[in-house]
Design a protein around this ligand. Structure first.
Ligand SMILES: Cc1cc2nc3c(=O)[nH]c(=O)nc-3n(C[C@H](O)[C@H](O)[C@H](O)COP(=O)(O)OP(=O)(O)OC[C@H]3O[C@@H](n4cnc5c(N)ncnc54)[C@H](O)[C@@H]3O)c2cc1C
Length: 432
């Protein structure tokens, strides 16, 4: 149902109002660059924090605190009177009225920027949607951590070997960077942590499997990286099944497209995303993968004052005929350029076209082990892992977060311990 009240306490001023939907990589980069400029900025996000998704797998595997990879969005706006943050979910855009409709009210804009990223795509597979665990947000990652720890506790209460292995098995659908990183981290937990925490359990019953629909891991990276990742994971005890698409899951049985069935009470869905696009745009603006079609200035096809950035945007170029990869550097670079272009707009200067500067792709597999496809060079092993660590540490938002992550990493490196193994329960009664 549409809420027709206007969002309160955002004054009308002579400044042009830019409304940014989404405070992720793209939206936040844009806002940071525009805060001190002569616009009124309004950011709306359904969470009051930014999340650094590349390290979610470390929250899911008890290596990092959720707070270390999140950052309160309001903190950015503290110093600026012309900038406002609202916690709310945008439901719809009314381009003909220059207005957005959210669950906290409607709001007029002069310029609108959609930076809403993606959501998990279950490809219409209802059972998988109901029973698999998503891996898209801090909340998902904390849930996975709790779920895994709870299953280990439950396994201890069983005597039947099949039941025990069902609780212990962990299946991951998707052999992209998220699936590979998660599988590697879980294999290390099994080796270094679970064996000490659960000495009564026969951990040989725990199988960690990746089901990947294509014929390689890390599809999109070089053959060198894909083969290295597969070899390393297998050495760590992970079973990698290629050409294996998960088609059904009832919470216990995983069914593949070739009819094979595997038993596991855990299926983590690390495959497939679709654009998280609000309703209201005409179909002229529909790009591949539900993404919003934009021109080289990130302006949405058919609209003069609405832009889309990052994962949600589909920009076709000669180098990227199927759109840019849905990765953080694209979102950051588009956010940065649009901030410059907004200043060009008010100065009546020509806009600058977006060209992606691809500095390479990396994925970590485990301790001292990663792969990196960099311009002109392919790396693996310790050097790639060290580089991956530096790049991710520098990219984390907030000085305190950087320090905390570094401390956790150093601690873990020397102690082999993932120390954040709290099993947080839902609150049903008052604490006693
Ligand atoms: C598990 C995981 C691991 C990843 N690892 C890597 C990696 O190693 N390297 C890399 O480069 N990329 C990685 N990525 C991809 C990277 O995170 C994305 O490319 C990047 O986040 C895109 O930025 P964005 O600003 O477009 O969207 P996001 O960062 O997703 O931000 C979107 C924001 O919009 C908000 N939002 C969405 N819908 C609404 C709505 N209707 N109303 C209000 N707010 C809304 C969300 O709450 C969110 O804050 C990973 C992604 C995941 C999920």
């Amino acid at each position: 149902m549409e809420n027709i009240n206007t969002i309160q306490n955002i004054p009308d001023t002579p400044k042009k109002r830019i409304v940014i939907i989404g405070g992720g990589f793209a939206g936040l980069e844009l806002a940071k660059k525009l805060c001190a400029k002569p616009f009124q900025l309004v950011m709306i996000d359904k969470n009051n924090y930014y999340q650094f998704q590349p390290l979610l797998y470390q929250i899911a595997t008890a290596g990092l605190e959720a707070g270390s990879v999140s950052f309160p969005l309001r903190k950015y706006f503290q110093k600026y009177k012309n900038a406002h943050f609202r916690l709310g979910e945008v439901l719809k855009v009314n381009p003909e009225k220059n207005e957005i409709v959210t669950d906290i009210g409607s709001l007029r804009y002069d310029y609108l920027v959609i930076a809403t990223g993606t959501k998990s795509n279950f490809f219409g597979l209802e059972n998988i949607y109901k029973n698999a665990l998503g891996m898209k947000s801090v909340t998902d990652a904390i849930y996975i951590r709790n779920y895994l720890l709870n299953n280990l506790e439950k396994a201890l209460n069983e005597t039947d070997t099949n039941k025990i292995s069902n609780y212990l098995n962990i299946a991951i659908a998707g052999g992209g960077p998220t699936g590979v990183e998660l599988a590697g981290a879980l294999a290390e937990m099994k080796k270094y942590v679970f064996n000490k925490d659960y000495p009564e359990l026969d951990l040989s019953l725990m199988k960690i499997k990746i089901f990947e629909g294509s014929d390689v891991l890390l599809n999109g990276m070089s053959a060198y990286a894909s083969e290295n990742a597969k070899r390393t994971l297998e050495k760590m005890g992970v079973e990698v099944l290629l050409n294996a698409k998960v088609t059904d899951y009832d919470g216990e049985k995983i069914t593949l497209d070739n009819g094979q069935i595997f038993n596991s009470k855990t299926l983590i869905w690390a495959t497939g995303v679709s654009a998280a696009k609000p309703d209201g745009f005409h179909h002229q603006s529909a790009g591949i993968g539900m993404r919003i079609k934009v021109d080289r200035y990130n302006r949405i096809a058919g609209y003069d004052n609405i832009f889309a950035l990052g994962d949600v945007a589909f920009m076709e170029t000669l180098d990227y005929p199927n759109g840019h990869p849905q990765v953080a550097p694209v979102a950051l670079q588009q956010g940065k350029l649009l901030a410059k272009n907004f200043q060009n707009i008010i100065k009546n200067k020509p806009l600058r076209e977006f060209t992606y500067k691809n500095k390479g792709t990396m994925a970590t597999i485990g301790r001292n082990s990663a792969v990196a496809d960099l311009p002109g060079i392919k790396l693996s092993g310790f050097i790639a892992w060290f580089l991956w660590s530096i790049v991710h540490l520098l990219s984390i938002v907030g000085a305190k977060n950087k320090v905390f992550v570094l401390i956790d990493w150093i601690y873990r490196y020397f102690t082999y311990d993932q120390s954040l193994r709290l099993l947080i329960k839902h609150k049903t009664t008052h604490s006693e």
